[in-house]
Design a protein around this ligand. Sequence first.
Ligand code: G3P
Ligand code: CA
Length: 326
Amino acid sequence: MVTIGKTLASLMLASVVFHAAPTTLIIAHRGASGHRPEHTIEAYTLAIDMGADVIEPDLVSTKDGALIARHENEIGATTDVADKFASRKATKTIDGMSVTGWFTEDFTLAEIKTLRAKERLAFRAHTYDGQFLIPTFDEVLDLAARKSRETGRTIGVYPETKHPTYFRSLKLPIEEPMLAALKQRGLTKKTSPVFIQSFEASSLQRMRPLTDAPLVMLVSSAALVTPAKLAELRAFADGIGAEKRLVIPVNGEGMALPPTTLVADAHAAHLFVHVWTLRKEAQFLPASYGGDMAKEAKQFADLGVDGMFTDFPDIAARALGRVAKR
Ligand code: G3P
Ligand code: CA
C-alpha cells in the first residue's frame, strides 16, 4: 500500500504539468457527499480523513456578496429554508430555465447561517439532516489550511463558479471575490494546490489574466472535446473536467464500452484530465462494474486520468491503494 503522506504541493511542484503527476488525485465531490449532506464542513472534513487530496466547493453568492458553498443558487433541495423562510419562495429565469424555490441571492449571509443542510438524494441516509451549517468559501479554505497543518498533507481546494453570468447580471460577481480570497492565502500560482473550474468558458477567460492558478473547463459533450476544440481550450484552460462517459462510454444496457481517445487527446494538447463523478449507487455506476465502484476508479486510474471527482473518497482511496494519513 502506498501512503499519501507525500504532499499534494510536492506532487504539484514535482510536476508543473498536472497530466504528468505521478498520482491520480482524489477530488471529494461536494465533500464526502455519499456519507454526509453535500457542501458542509462535516462532509469536507470526512473526505479529507478518508484520503481525499482535494475538496470541491461549488460557489454561489448571497444578497450581500458573500460566497457560499452550494451546488446551485436554489437551496430548497439541500437546506431547511422552506421551513424557515416560506414567504421568500420565488420563480426566476436562470440561464434560460424557469426555476421555482428559494435563492441565495435573496438572503444575507446572516440569514443563510440560520439554515441547516439536508441530504439532496432520497436514497441516501438522512441521519444528518438539520444539523450542519452552510459554509462560506473562506471557511472551506480555512478548513483545508487547518487540515493540511494537522495531517502534514497539503489539501487542495477546487472551487467552481456556478451561474457566473447570471450572478454578474445581479452585480454579485463570483470571480473577483473568489480570486481575492485565494490571493489572500497565496493561492495564485500555477503550482498552488487549487483548481478553478467552470462550465462557462467566459468565466475562465475572464480569470485567465488575473491568476496563474490552474483553470479547468468542465465539459459534458463530445463535440467540445475534439482535438481542434481542445487546442482552443488550451488558450485559457490548463485542464478539462470531463463527464466520465466522455472517457468510458456506456451503452443502452448500462455496460461500459471501450475507452475513447480523450485522455490521450487532452494530454497531447497539454491539458490534464479530471473525470466526474464516481458514485457507488446503481443509478450512477455502470452495470459492468458489478456494483463495485472501486473497479471503475481503478479503470480510470489505469487509463491515466489525472484526477477523479467522487462522492466516495473512501472507495477511491482503497481502489488506488492509498492509506490516508490523518
Ligand atoms: O465540477 C465537477 C462536477 O462537479 C460537475 O458537476 O454539477 O456536480 O457541479 P456538478
Ligand atoms: Ca461541481
